[in-house]
Design a protein around this ligand. Sequence first.
Ligand code: PA5
Length: 349
Amino acid sequence: MEVSPEEVKNIDKSGILGQMEKFADDLRRGLELSEKVEIGSFRALIVCGMGGSAIAGDVVSDLVSEIPVLVNRDYELPSFVGEEWLLVAISYSGNTEETLSALSQAIKRECSIVCMTSGGLMEKLCERHGLPLIPLPKGYQPRAAFPIMLGALAGLLSGEVPRFAQSVRDSLGELDRYVESLKPHVPLSENPAKLLANELIGKVPIIYGARNMRSVAYRMRTQLNENAKMLAFHHVFPELDHNEIVGLSGGIFEGLKVVVLLDEGYPETIRTRVEAFKELFRDKVPITELVFRGSSEEARTLKAICLGDFASVYAAILRGIDPTPVEAIAFTKKYLKEKLDYLRKIGIS
Ligand code: PA5
């Protein structure tokens, strides 16, 4: 089914798709924002965040192998994180308790810290402790601020891993052109995001990726969760060949849709595993393969993220659902605050 620009306007009331259309500009903005931050050298990176504020860390961890990169989604900071690490705490709202808890531990340990937020308690902690802050623009959903967060992380790594920041910069033009092909005025037959949304509607998507597409598979899953309010799952090659395929051969296929993310640069090992997977399941479960081409691993990864992001909003529109509100998340945060008030307990709020 077609998704018209008018339908997008009527259903996507807060304009999340409009924010996604600025993907390349926002990446550039993130790169520029981090230029203003002065940091010393470091030997490893840890990104602390949750949900939409953590995923940029996963993408960096997939694409950067020159230094160790960890993503910490918890209240606790691993005990090995110390002086040689750069800790980047990201919370779009600035009020997420897991992230603030890990940040407060990092402050006590005197780690080298940079924060990214649009305000909230994180901004106050930065003022109180004199921490470098990358200010995120207000008015976004956390998950829609992803390109700004990723650009800023790439900028922070430009001393230690200049190759990465450069490759992200080099992909901007290509990304702009790709995003053009995903916009609402491009008809269904020529629009890969609308086509993907149509394939996923009414199904439970299971998204598989490998290497640089691991974070993309997870991003696609969570964007379908939050924007389209759909259940979705993901797993990664080669690990899924050691467990999930046995579960999948158990025979409960109704409603499932497997999406395999294929980077044109996958090595033979992964390509052969995908072939084996298709051999096993071709006649049993519907499989959609998405091939990503581009000038670099960074460009292909980010194109794949754009495709999933746009498809998740089109899936929301097809379901007649506003992609922006995430009531279950808001409820849980409020419940935790009322029952536990954890941040007050640890002396942050
Ligand atoms: O996308 C979302 O809205 C969520 O996944 C949030 O990012 C998550 O709840 C964490 O909140 P924040 O990004 O404000 O730290």
